[in-house]
Design a protein around this ligand. Structure first.
Ligand code: NAP
Ligand code: G3H
Length: 487
């Protein structure tokens, strides 16, 4: 297994069924110990043109293959993934410093996602619509509406889930009859390319799934504005998403972007379980999750007790390597850690109370907790993508809602309370894609709708939603004459 994609530690791109190597490479180093993990290809624009031509051609053939056969290939891919959990999980640990248990869970979840997608795809159904419902029309017209592929999907995935967030674009696109060009994150490409080899091994026809690697500063704009791309499915930062949305023009897009998810804690919340959910939600994978809890907004009456409980749990978080299965592992690179440091320094300078942390060795950032964070601090609004959590104290529920909604982001929020009326009052007012009541913010289960509003994205994902988003209705209207014998 995996003998085709890699030659002498050099990872190729899958192009029209072959693993191809470019002239220039990019070195990929481990965020944990700086060791060289391998090289990936730095593709040229000419090579990209070739990939997109082939993907366009292959899509037409793929769309003709019966849906149940397309679904079978996805099922075979899922089995291959399950057979390779250890290999894939080790690569994730090395390449993106995700701890062992989270890496394994990313891989297992990916196999489950693909199986569920294959089955959901088989339930894609059309409808017929009569014309006479609309004034001025009668029964001699009927629309047969089916769902058809959109064409070639450009899938762009981020570093923090290079396997899962690649598969969650590839599988729904494929079952819907599209071809896919995957642009994986540079740091994370080795993991994603292994996934792609398993799709290929499962029997995908050539050209249906292809990969493009290279520096986004060199090829990113070219790729997203290419005339052969029919849909862009992007997960990543709001800055990059916004840039793509501006330059790509009239092409459909699904975007899952940044977040600043709030955990709103009311006076009657169970503070033990709330603090447990908050710490797990905020610090797992060192806070490098779009859905991480990135601020706590707590009512004054219980703020002292809650912050003490959170502090105790944060002090007990393990810090170390992915292989040791530490909760806090090195951040993806030094500049990510520099950014976290900037937000911390700003909060300290403006008078926030440091409860734990603010300790760092290069890109290994210790879990950091602040109380008394106020609205004039960057930490109240910006997404650190690191292990630092601000606590913001408020007097009223409406103030909590106001601060939650003041954010540019709108991915998810949590509300912790025993009072379902209060929970719904708040949930109805929050400007986010999803509200979790008495749970941390998180994406799964993967068949639920997952979406961000405002700067957190556009379009909806989640298995059925993703398939629908990557197919379109096609209406064929039959116009028929009344039986001549009745005339
Ligand atoms: P990123 O820097 O925006 O990169 C995401 C992907 O976009 C990478 O594959 C990157 O390639 C590529 N890219 C960058 N510039 C591009 C361009 N001009 N054209 C085409 N592609 C381009 O994000 P990240 O650092 O990997 O991930 C962290 C961010 O993603 C956070 O903000 C997080 O909240 C967000 N995120 C959101 C969700 C969600 O579902 N809402 C999920 C995960 C992550 P290179 O690696 O080659 O630069
Ligand atoms: O980083 C963004 C992911 O979509 C979050 O997924 O909530 O399962 O960690 P997760």
């Amino acid at each position: 297994m995996f003998e085709r994609l890699c030659k002498n530690n050099n990872y190729g791109n899958l192009v029209n069924g072959d693993w191809v190597f470019s002239e220039k490479n990019i070195d990929i180093f481990s965020p944990t110990d700086g060791k060289l993990l391998g090289k990936i290809q730095s593709m040229t624009k000419k090579e990209i043109d070739n990939v997109l031509n082939l993907a366009k051609y292959a899509q037409k053939i793929w769309a003709e293959i019966p849906l149940n056969e397309r679904a079978n290939i996805l099922h075979k891919t899922a089995i291959l993934i399950e057979d390779n959990i250890d290999v894939l999980s080790n690569i994730l640990q090395n390449e993106i410093a995700k701890n062992k248990s989270s890496a394994e869970s990313e891989v297992k979840r990916t196999a489950e996602f693909i199986k569920f997608t294959a089955d959901a795809g088989k339930h894609l159904e059309g409808e017929t619509i009569d014309a006479d419902n609309f004034p001025g029309f009668n029964k001699n017209k009927i629309s047969f509406v089916s769902r058809v592929p959109i064409g070639t999907v450009l899938a762009i995935s981020p570093f923090n889930y290079p396997i899962n967030l690649s598969a969650s674009k590839i599988a729904p696109a494929l079952v819907g009859g599209n071809s896919v060009v995957l642009k994986p994150p540079t740091q994370g490409a080795i993991s994603a390319l292994h996934l792609v080899e398993l799709f290929e091994k499962a029997g995908l026809p050539k050209g249906v799934l292809n990969t493009v690697t290279g520096k986004s500063s060199e090829i990113g704009d070219y790729l997203v504005t290419h005339k052969h791309i029919n849909l862009i499915n992007f997960t990543g930062s709001t800055n990059v998403g916004n840039h793509i949305a501006i330059i790509a023009g009239m092409v459909p897009m699904i975007m899952e972007l940044g977040g600043k998810d709030a955990a709103i804690v009311l006076n009657d919340a169970d503070l033990d379980s709330t603090s447990k959910e908050i710490v797990s939600g905020a610090y797992s994978y060192s806070g490098q999750r779009c859905t991480a809890i990135k601020r706590v907004i707590v009512l004054n009456k219980v703020a002292d007790e809650l912050s003490e409980k959170i502090k105790q749990r944060v002090e007990n978080l393990t810090v170390g390597t992915p292989q040791e299965d530490a909760i806090i592992t090195p951040l993806i690179n030094n500049s990510a850690a520099d950014y976290v440091q900037e937000l911390i320094d700003d909060a300290i300078e403006k008078g926030a109370k440091l409860l734990v942390g603010n300790k760092r060795f290069d890109n290994l950032f210790y879990p950091t907790l602040f109380d008394n964070v106020t609205e004039n601090m960057r930490l109240a609004w910006e997404e650190p993508f690191g292990p630092v959590l601000p606590i913001i104290r408020v007097n009223t529920i409406d103030d909590a809602i106001r601060i939650a909604n003041k954010s540019q982001y709108g991915l998810q929020s949590s509300v912790f309370t025993k009072n379902i009326d209060d929970a719904f009052y708040i949930a109805n007012k929050l400007e986010v894609g999803t509200v979790q009541i008495n749970n941390k913010t998180e994406r799964g289960p993967d068949h639920f709708p997952f979406l961000g509003v405002k700067s957190s994205g556009m379009g909806t994902q989640g298995i059925r939603y993703s398939i629908e988003a990557m197919t379109r209705p096609k209406s064929i209207i039959v116009n028929y004459s009344p039986l001549t014998s009745l005339k």
